[in-house]
Write a protein that binds this ligand. Structure first.
Ligand code: PEP
Ligand code: MG
Length: 615
């Protein structure tokens, strides 16, 4: 019935269709953030997918839709704030997807050890040397706990909210928010008459998740169960030694990692799960060397866990211990160095200076870039600056100025919407293939009022920050005429408003293959290029960048040959700002091709700089 009403739109709702673009799918952490946001509106909000309509405030319901990359859902908003909720939440969702980066597998560097060695998947880098201890859970019951189950649930929610607030700057905060939102769903609003009823609900939910893509979320339910029961006096905790040890565990719950952090743990071997589980994220954030090994592990008086090579060595020889101790020392020094040296210049072994810039979206990420040691901004994705409503000229100018003030060099990309990026205040007619339609500069040249206003704001901010070099970059340029027209519009705007262009350069994103075949013509026009390897790869290989199963390896000879050709043919400065620039296995090759400017996400800057220093 609801479904029929929906088709006929009897409820007068505001709908929009949203696509899952993250290869992780619409998983627990972004769902929790979405739900947390959806609760702020005075509107009835739901998601419709796979023939099922579920409330946008219920995490378990959304999780049960099992939405994977490439799938879509309809966001349905009704009520007083329907319009506002729909446009702001659509935007919030797109931002969540854009920021939900894939967990990159740790690249293992092989090592030779003499003693018996088990191979594993690395979760968190590092080397630990200590005796092996198997995880053991001990139960402790306090008699006559005065706390009711209802109060225990409430106390757990309060604790999780506090942990979320305290860790706001870190990725791990999302785990606490996710658990809080799970516990806030109406599944747990019942007045449970005993503990078994509560445990039955948990069991039912975990059963639904078994064998699904989101099976690793079962651990979050189990963790919540333990957290709530602790408040009614039932403690289930890991029994951990007080001496250094390497822990072997079938699985660990997020709260166990907190417990480990308070002991002299030297490493962890998990015997199930994967590197995207919440336990794995927390192990990485706690910097505990860890591996996943599915084989049985016997006890051993001494062992080496080398997560850098993926080896677990039982009863190591004297030579093995000597080697591992030396590696451990060097690794610790490297970690210290890369962070300590993040503000220093980056030179390869042969003395070539490499600039490592940051890709950012707003003032928050600009500050993060500064703190991470970015040598400047290589890509300011302006479409994420104002995601809710169209900004005024003043608002835009102030936002740019705040960012420009922080750096000596900022590359500002003019609005790049269409394809996988949308804005609630901009209408682009529905297209059959939006990646090949009105995108980037094509939109700006059609909607010149918006374009001119953005250019003016950039110019005004640049006039107030004369010591910063501003590089205005046009996205999705496919021929020289587009660049000429865009630059001319900018220059006319600046002339009309008496804005000096002395510290402004004009360049393009090199992301449409047609440009490769006209580099000599472009060289006469542009001041610089920045290669958008995400889109360039998409258009070179005819593989949509958000495709759920198809992808192109960063080692692909076709891709690397194209990059080599571009660098050899063009005489103008070229940087790379797509994802490829931050993938360490590609770094050596890019530097060999003479690329000297890379722009990456801030998190990657200290280690990428250190990697370059060793090339
Ligand atoms: C790219 O296409 O590689 C790029 C950096 O831009 P975006 O990912 O924003 O399209
Ligand atoms: Mg692009």
């Amino acid at each position: 019935m609801n479904f029929l009403k929906r088709i006929l739109n009897i409820n007068n709702s505001i709908d929009s269709t949203l696509t899952i673009t993250s290869s992780n799918g619409f998983h627990l952490r972004p769902i929790a953030q979405f739900v947390n946001e959806a609760k702020k509106y005075n509107a009835n909000i739901s998601l419709l997918a796979k023939g099922k309509e579920v409330s946008a405030t219920q995490v378990p319901k959304i999780l049960s839709l099992s939405l994977e990359k490439g799938e879509t859902f309809t966001l349905i908003c009704q009520g007083k704030e329907a319009q506002k909720a729909n446009s702001e939440l659509s935007d919030f969702f797109n931002k969540l997807m854009a920021n939900d980066t894939e967990v990159k597998a740790i690249i293992q560097v092989s090592e030779i050890y003499e003693a018996e060695t088990l191979k594993g998947e690395s979760i968190a880098r590092g080397i630990g040397i200590a005796p092996v201890v198997h995880a053991e859970i001990v139960e402790r019951i306090e008699e006559n706990s005065p706390v009711t189950l209802r109060d225990a649930i409430q106390k757990t929610k309060t604790e999780l909210s506090a942990q979320y607030e305290q860790n706001m700057e870190q990725e791990t905060s999302q785990i606490f928010l996710a658990q809080k939102e799970l516990l806030s769903s109406n599944l747990f609003e019942t007045n449970f008459s005993n503990i078994e009823e509560f445990q039955n609900v948990i069991q039912e939910e975990t059963k639904k998740l078994q064998n699904s893509k989101f099976a690793s979320r079962i651990a979050d339910y189990q963790d919540l169960e333990q957290k709530v029961l602790k408040h009614v006096g039932i403690h289930k905790e890991l029994h951990l030694p007080v001496f250094p040890y390497i822990l072997i565990a079938k699985e660990l719950l997020p709260s166990h990692i907190e417990q480990l952090g308070k002991t002299p743990v030297k490493g962890v071997v998990l015997q199930s799960g994967n590197s995207t589980s919440h336990a794995a994220i927390l192990l990485r954030s706690a910097a505990i060397p860890s591996l996943i090994i599915h084989e049985e592990v016997t006890s051993s008086k001494n062992a080496i866990l080398d997560a850098n090579s993926g080896d677990f060595i039982l009863n190591p020889s004297k030579e093995d211990l000597k080697k591992a101790t030396q590696k451990q020392k060097e690794f610790m020094e490297l970690l210290d160095q890369s962070f300590e040296k993040r503000f220093e210049n980056t030179q390869t072994q042969d003395g070539t200076n490499i600039k490592v810039l940051a890709n950012i979206t707003d003032i928050g990420s600009a500050k993060e870039a500064k703190e991470s040691g970015a040598d400047g901004i290589g890509l300011l994705r302006t479409e994420f600056l104002f995601t809710e409503k169209k900004p005024t000229l003043n608002e835009q100018t102030n936002a740019y100025e705040d960012i420009f003030k922080l750096f000596n060099e900022v590359t500002v990309r003019t609005l790049d919407i269409g394809g996988d990026k949308s804005l609630p205040y901009i209408n682009i007619a529905k297209e059959n293939n939006p990646f090949l339609g009105i995108r980037g500069i094509r939109f700006s040249l059609q909607e010149q009022t918006l374009f001119k206003e953005q250019l003016l704001a950039i110019g005004l901010a640049s006039a107030n920050t004369p010591s910063t070099k501003i590089k205005i970059m046009f996205p999705m340029i496919s021929n020289t005429e587009e660049f000429i027209e865009a630059k001319e519009i900018a220059q006319n705007v600046y002339k009309k408003h008496n804005i000096s262009t002395e510290n402004i350069e004009f360049g393009i994103m090199l992301e449409v293959p047609s440009v490769i075949f006209s580099l000599s013509e472009f060289d006469k026009l542009v001041d610089f290029y920045s290669i958008g390897s995400n889109d360039l790869t998409q258009y070179l290989f005819a593989i949509e960048r958000t495709h759920p199963t198809l992808n192109v390896s960063s080692n692909s000879p076709e891709l690397l040959n194209a990059l080599k050709y571009i660098k050899e043919q063009s005489k103008k400065p070229i940087s790379i700002c797509g994802e490829l620039a931050g993938i360490e296995i590609a770094t050596q090759q890019l530097i060999t091709m003479n690329y000297e400017t890379l722009s990456v996400s801030s998190k990657l800057i200290p280690s990428l700089k250190e990697c370059i220093r060793n090339i």
